[in-house]
Design a protein around this ligand. Structure first.
Ligand SMILES: [Mg+2]
Length: 229
């Protein structure tokens, strides 16, 4: 066996974040008497993306993202936005309510958790990620779980991998594989730290970036069928 440790990203790698997001948005909008539809989703996605970009360029503190995106979202829906904080808090609460596996995710963990040591490194809020990890039953499969919000460091920074490696008792880097759907955070993060990487490209996107993963798969079952693990 080439690897001893498999490190996974969480959202859109093991669990389907899009399903959770749609559910939480629908629940949140219901509190302001709006029936959620696809056009709301498009508006929200655009606002959300802009907020995260502003965070990444340092213009917006992470703690303000949730409030601001819901304030803008309500405004875009021609609704009063003084309840944005309350709506945002409710959204985050609902975000951990529905945890659905990505296709093949549960089977993979079931098959591999006795053969490999498993870990999760996720960029996310502890108030969302921790309940989701418990509700999905994922906690039972993993030796280590690192949530960026809990340590104030996120992927692709090498320091989050260093933190994980400390919990793993510093295995040899060549014995560790990082698997995730984001070239920017998961694959770049793995490369920065010096471990092999597997890009879970479930959308079959073209990779026009300079970020080159060690492996690429479009289904989790391919980890096994391609002989990566
Ligand atoms: Mg992800």
């Amino acid at each position: 066996m080439k690897y001893e440790w498999l490190l996974f990203d969480l959202d859109n790698t093991l669990l389907n974040f899009n399903v959770s997001e749609h559910y939480a948005l629908a629940q949140a909008l219901q509190t302001v008497d709006v029936i959620f539809n696809e056009s709301h989703l498009k508006i929200y996605e655009k606002i959300n993306r802009q907020c995260w970009e502003d965070f990444e360029t340092g213009e917006l503190p992470q703690a303000e993202i949730n409030n601001l995106r819901f304030s803008r979202f309500l405004t875009a829906l021609n609704l009063p936005n003084e309840d944005a904080t309350q709506l945002g808090d409710y959204y985050l609460e609902q975000l951990s309510e529905k945890a659905v596996f990505m296709e093949g995710g549960q089977a993979l963990l079931e098959e591999q958790h006795e053969k490999y040591q498993l870990g999760i490194i996720t960029n996310g809020l502890k108030q969302v990620q921790r309940p989701k990890l418990i509700k999905s039953g994922l906690v039972d499969y993993f030796e280590i779980i690192v949530v960026s919000d809990e340590i104030g460091i996120s992927k692709p920074q090498p320091a989050i991998f260093e933190h994980a490696f400390e919990k793993m008792n510093f295995p040899a880097k060549e014995k560790v594989l990082m698997i995730g759907d984001s070239l920017h955070s998961d694959i770049q993060g793995g490369i920065n730290y010096g471990v092999d990487t597997c890009w879970y490209n479930f959308k079959d996107n073209e990779n026009n970036s300079p970020i080159k993963p060690t492996y690429e798969i479009n289904h989790l079952a391919a980890l096994k069928t391609l002989g990566i693990i």
